[in-house]
Design a protein. Structure first.
Lengths: 324, 304, 327
């Protein structure tokens, strides 16, 4: 089998606070292959963004990687520091942030921002960098790209700005893109275009995408595989169509049930009782057990079974048998 | 009890308790303010009661018995035998009174004008900000000097000293409101375009209500920080003016006046007359400044 | 942009007219100029003659107009105290103040921005914390105390530098400069530090706090995520965004150096316009006060104007928003 672009093994991220050490990411494991789109879903605070930030080395202090491994194209990157880490970002891993309004520097033209990124990572002349920048803009569908190079971010609409952000993330041809809620801040009418654009560009170039979102609709449209996170742990990992149509983990079942799209046929929306526990007040055993509809005594005693990569199943003692 | 506990453990109080600088500064400010307020009770002498003065006590060194009278003064005496410790306490009273009153005046003026300018816009904004510009044409020092110069020409001689303190307050207050107005106007310009304000407008809230309910709360923490820092600046401004001889008169000496008087003795060896008022002024200005600095960090959790 | 600039210039002129009115009112109504100029021994004939000469019998608006045209052509009347034209005295005194202000301003700007950026980037380092602590003391130290302290240390105790005056000066036409002699340069050191220190700490602290704010912005994270160098992020991306708010305050600070020169000049007996102004107040020398007021107003209004225009030149968002807003 082909070597995965990204391989995350038992990743643990810790935040020491004055009361306790929190683990927003606790033993997350997954692989991501060339040209593949992996959707990461979960409620806010489940550890999706934190996982993405850990991969690209952008954790804000005091958060830090406390355990596990991250491999990019077979090489460990979780221990890189300073200059090596910087060379990795942009060049090998690109990132698309949630809000295109704030992720572009307001005082620099988009041309300046594109060319500085290109010349930083690729050994090209100034004029070639400019040409690549224009091509990049054209590729993401900016009309009259040549003239728009000298425009400032505020002169673009939200959707156009997110296209520029995507062009920026892709301009040094990275093998992996981390897209952190790329459509959440956009108008609904634009969301589908941006998702289609991202999907097309990555398919064409064979770029792997880690798509972080809480929008199951986006996942259904885009992702090849889905990872469901709950309270920093992987709840379920599998092919998108399997997870969406036959969820195994009770949490995923609940999540599907509460999404209008997937439950169109149902009479009423299913609702998960309660809310995700705070990281400093995790219950014993399986973190989901207080909200689980099928909880048994084992669930509050033993931690849920961990998910090994490639094994298409849920991290639940009973999930596997329950629905199939 | 529960409430006190919760307050004690809140992030704000927590960061205060764990900042030695903030704790020491606040303690110092409290001690200084209290000793200024209760100066008549604390000070061993009333330096402005001619009956209690003995010229023979002049130029007593700190902690040493006077050569003629044998009296001991903690911080020595000045040329007229006035106890330096007592004059400092009374001087601080004047410095603090002028500082607090001037900042309060500036705050009320600045915040209201800033809100109006930012929210109403148009000609009102232009007019207010133009006045601010004119205002900035006259820095604190200059305003006070001009008012002093004008007052000198207008007021009868016997009223000049009595008016001096109020002239100072008006001068310092007038020179400081622009800071508040600019910050509040800036924040208002940003806030008024936000969706929630637009929404409030759409549902027909009155401008006054929008300004007070929606915009003002957003600018309270910067205003509080500016006010604290302004207090330190006002204290320094007052001292400077008095030092230059255009502030508190020798009959009502503030710390600045005392330093002005003491400067004459620096080179002839009577160092205590200038040193102790200077140290007091420094302690006062520095502790208020440090407090303001900590406050800014504490109220801006993003920077923590 | 052009329309905005023109409007700003017109506004500035209006401001100056208002200041002129204040200056004129001082001149006209504070104290009696006749009393001030003639002293105790005078006859009614003298008073009438002077009244006519000064135009005090004309209507107010005519007097104001005449005052303005005189001021615009550099005629501020005759100093009550020195009996010489104010303009002549100002021209004599201006170089001392301008040279002092220029050296202090340069010192404050260069060190202020440099240290501000340094302390923001190394915000938890030992050196940065040390500088911040010292700067707080600097802000809290009143200028006159710094001056006294420096005089005590370097003039009285060590005897290295002069405690007052400008040293030897060289005349270049009507300009007397202290830049060309050793004693002139030595004499500049203490007053320049005294005058510039406060502005320097203010600029430094402002640059630092703005820079910290900007460094937390999402576009800085995005710049990091794109693998740009720290250097480029700090100096190209962050510093540029920092400068927008910093320019306003810095510009105004530089202007106030001229005003604060009054204190420094008093402490160091520096023969500039600030010292002239203080002396004028003490002797109620109204023409000198009025002239100083007019001069410093022109300076401040000019600086304000430049700062505003710079602000728009730097921030493209404002440029566009304004044109849209104003149609």
């Amino acid at each position: 089998m082909e070597m995965p672009v990204l391989s995350v093994r038992d990743l643990v991220v810790e935040i020491p606070t004055r009361h306790a050490v929190l683990r927003p990411v606790n033993g997350v494991t997954f692989d991501l292959h060339r040209g593949e789109i992996l959707g990461m879903v979960g409620e806010s605070g489940a550890g999706k963004s934190m996982t993405g930030n850990a991969v690209i080395g952008l954790l804000d202090r005091p958060a830090r990687i406390a355990g596990g491994e991250i491999l990019l194209n077979g090489e460990r990157i979780d221990q890189l520091q300073g200059e090596e880490l910087r060379r990795l970002r942009g060049k090998h891993i690109g990132m698309v942030f949630q809000d295109p309004l704030t992720s572009l520097n307001p005082l620099l033209t988009i041309g300046e921002q594109l060319t500085e990124t290109i010349t930083e990572h690729l050994n090209v002349s100034a004029s070639e960098a400019r040409q690549r920048a224009v091509d990049g803009l054209r590729e993401v569908g900016i009309p009259a790209a040549d003239q728009r190079m000298d425009a400032y971010p505020h002169q673009f609409s939200g959707g156009m700005r997110q296209r520029v952000v995507i062009a920026l993330a892709l301009c040094a041809e990275p093998s992996l893109i981390i897209a952190d809620e790329p459509t959440t801040a956009l108008d609904v009418s634009v969301q589908a275009q941006i998702i289609a654009l991202l999907k097309r560009l990555c398919r064409e170039r064979g770029t792997a995408v880690m798509l972080i979102t809480h929008d199951m609709g986006v996942i259904a449209e885009t992702a090849d595989r889905v990872a469901v996170l709950y309270a920093g742990r992987m709840a379920e990992l599998g092919l998108a169509r399997d997870v969406l149509t036959h969820p195994n983990h009770p949490y995923t079942i609940g999540l599907m049930g509460s999404t209008p799209l997937a439950s169109a046929g149902q009479a009423r929306l299913y609702q998960i009782d309660g809310s995700m526990p705070r990281l400093d007040a995790l219950p014993a055993g399986c973190a989901f057990n207080p909200r689980c509809s099928r909880v048994q005594s084992k669930c509050s005693q033993d931690p849920s079974p961990s998910l090994a990569a490639h094994q298409d199943r849920a991290a639940c003692w009973f999930g596997g048998e329950g629905t199939r | 009890m529960d409430r006190i506990n919760r307050a004690w453990n809140s992030d704000f109080v927590w960061s205060f308790r764990h900042s030695p600088v903030a704790v020491v500064s606040l303690a110092l400010v409290v001690v200084l303010v209290l000793s200024a307020v209760f100066a008549p009770l604390i000070s061993p002498y009333n330096p402005f009661d001619p009956a209690s003065l003995n010229l023979m006590n002049g130029f007593s060194k700190p902690m040493e018995p006077n050569t003629f009278t044998g009296d001991v003064f903690w911080l020595g005496t000045d040329d007229q035998g006035r106890d330096v410790f007592s004059t400092i306490l009374y001087g601080m009273r004047i410095s603090l009174f002028v500082g607090f009153t001037a900042v309060l005046f500036a705050l009320l003026l600045g915040v209201s004008l800033g809100l109006i300018a930012g929210y109403v816009g148009g000609w009102t904004e232009t007019a207010i900000m133009r006045v601010a510009d004119v205002q900035l044409t006259f820095p604190a020092i200059l305003v006070a000097m001009l008012i002093f110069g004008i007052a000198k020409g207008i007021t009868p001689v016997h009223l000049r000293d009595e008016m001096a303190i109020w002239v100072l307050i008006i001068a310092i207050g007038l020179s400081d409101w622009v800071q508040f107005a600019r910050v509040v106007r800036g924040a208002t310009l940003v806030e008024k375009n936000k969706e929630y304000v637009q929404a409030a407008k759409l549902i027909g809230r009155k401008p006054g209500a929008i300004m007070l309910r929606h915009i003002l709360p957003n600018v309270l923490s910067p205003v509080l920080v500016i006010a604290t820092i302004s207090l330190a600046l006002a204290i320094i401004a007052e001292a400077t003016l008095s030092f230059l001889g255009v502030g508190a008169p020798p009959t009502q000496p503030s710390l600045g006046t005392l330093i002005r008087i003491g400067q004459g003795y620096l080179f002839s060896g009577e160092w205590w007359i200038i040193l102790y008022p200077s140290i007091t002024l420094l302690a006062l200005a520095l502790s208020v400044n440090l407090l303001g600095d900590w406050l800014r960090d504490a109220l801006n959790p993003k920077l923590r | 942009m052009l329309a905005y600039s023109i409007r700003r210039v017109v506004q500035s002129i209006v401001v100056l007219l208002v200041v002129g009115l204040v200056a004129f009112s001082m001149f006209r109504f504070v104290g009696d100029p006749i009393d001030n100029m003639l002293g105790q021994e005078r006859t009614d004939a003298d008073i009438e003659r002077l009244r006519g000469e000064l135009g005090l019998d004309r209507p107010f608006i005519v007097q104001y107009g005449r005052f303005l045209t005189n001021a615009a052509s550099g005629n501020f009347g005759v100093s009550f105290r020195q009996g010489r034209p104010v303009a002549t005295i100002l021209v004599e005194r201006a170089p001392a103040t301008l040279e002092l202000a220029a050296v202090s301003g340069l010192f404050a700007m260069v060190l202020g921005v440099g240290l501000g950026v340094f302390t923001a980037i190394r915000r938890n380092g030992f050196a940065a914390n040390f500088i911040m602590t010292v700067s707080l003391v600097g802000v809290s130290l009143p200028t006159f105390l710094i001056g006294i302290l420096l005089i005590y240390l370097f003039a009285v105790e060590l005897g290295w530098l002069p405690s007052f005056g400008r040293g030897d000066t060289v005349r270049l036409g009507s300009w007397s400069t202290g830049f060309l002699t050793a004693s002139g340069l030595k004499a500049l050191i203490l007053p320049s530090i005294t005058l510039g220190l406060y502005q320097m700490t203010l600029i430094m602290r402002l640059v630092r706090s703005e820079m910290l704010e900007v460094l937390r912005a999402e576009y800085i994270r995005f710049a990091r995520a794109r693998g740009l160098r720290e250097r480029a992020i700090n100096f190209h991306h962050a510093l540029k965004n920092t400068l927008v708010p910093v320019i306003t305050v810095t510009g105004l600070q530089l202007g106030s150096i001229i005003a604060f020169a009054i204190i420094t000049e008093t402490v160091f007996q520096w023969p500039g316009v600030g010292l002239l102004f203080i002396n004028a107040i003490q002797f109620v020398d109204i023409p000198v006060m009025a002239a100083y007021l007019m001069l410093i107003s022109v300076m401040f209004v000019g600086i304000n104007l430049i700062v505003d225009l710079l602000y728009f030149a730097i921030d493209p968002r404002l440029r566009v928003d304004r044109t849209v807003a104003e149609g």
